[in-house]
Design a protein around this ligand. Structure first.
Ligand SMILES: [Zn+2]
Length: 278
């Protein structure tokens, strides 16, 4: 009798303990969630404020016709064909500039996960953010690129929101804003897939001038830079390439040589060992 009541008591205590444990867990979970929500809300507010200030800055300045002369970087024949076949949309001539630094960073990032040291079946896409600003003529200047991650052979996404926030802060430190995203199509040409279009639509919702850069490092052949910059027509679910210019002096005929030179670094090897180091 006594024994059985003790067992009962123990059971009772155990169940009380369980209830308390559960309650504590729930409380911790809730507090954590609240904290995360608060953090996300703050970042979102900052982002919105930044975008708004960028837009108002731009509109408050006098509007003069762009005087810069842009020429379309020749794309490869395959890319052109793809565009013509998949795009009923006529090419809309919009203007954007990109720095050599951003190009080299993006190309290096793409090659890091798709190079000759990796068997081709293991090549994957990479993804990153573009940082830039508008000039007084409303032309977007992509100043820098921020590698974020890599994905599968045909897909990449920014998985960790916390990293997004980190990059956002770094970009702001440089007095730039997130002006779009880039990803790679290792060896299968530049275009916007259905998923890419969906991602781009979300960027354009945040900021209507946001751009998507797609790079296929295997199109860097001396005639092509291997990348295109796109925007989408959200309503009609179509995409179109923008006309872009390269800031600074980069002869695209030199790009393959530069990338070759960088390849050992990209693959994580020392480039030029002294004989003494051997
Ligand atoms: Zn894609």
């Amino acid at each position: 009798m006594v024994k059985s009541s003790m067992v009962d008591k123990e059971l009772e205590t155990d169940s009380i303990k369980d209830v308390i444990k559960k309650k504590i867990k729930e409380k911790i979970k809730k507090e954590l969630l609240d904290e995360i929500c608060e953090e996300l809300k703050l970042e979102e507010e900052e982002l919105t404020a930044e975008i708004t200030s960028m837009i108002t800055q731009k509109t408050s300045k006098s509007i003069t016709a762009p005087t810069m002369n842009l020429t379309k970087i020749p794309a490869t024949e395959v890319e052109e064909n793809l565009l013509i076949n998949s795009q009923a949309h006529e090419k809309i001539k919009k203007e954007v500039y990109i720095t050599v630094k951003a190009i080299l960073k993006i190309a290096s990032h793409a090659l890091k996960y798709a190079n000759s040291k990796i068997s081709k079946v293991n090549w994957v896409e990479v993804i990153g953010l573009l940082a830039g600003k508008l000039d007084k003529n409303d032309i977007l200047h992509i100043e820098d690129a921020y590698p974020m991650g890599h994905g599968t052979a045909v897909y990449a996404e920014i998985k960790d929101y916390k990293n997004y926030v980190k990059a956002f802060k770094d970009i702001r430190k440089e007095k730039l804003s997130i002006c779009g995203w880039y990803h790679s199509h290792p060896s299968y040409n530049c275009f916007m897939s259905k998923e890419d279009l969906g991602t781009q639509a979300r960027y354009q919702k945040l900021w209507e001038k946001a751009v998507a850069l797609v790079i296929d490092p295997y199109q860097i052949n001396g005639k092509s830079t291997g990348f295109e910059i796109y925007q989408c027509d959200v309503k009609n679910n179509t995409w179109y390439p923008l006309v872009y210019g390269i800031k600074g002096s980069l002869d695209i005929r030199m790009l393959p040589e530069i990338m070759n030179f960088l390849l050992p670094v990209i693959e994580g090897k020392p480039v030029y060992l002294e004989y003494d180091e051997d």
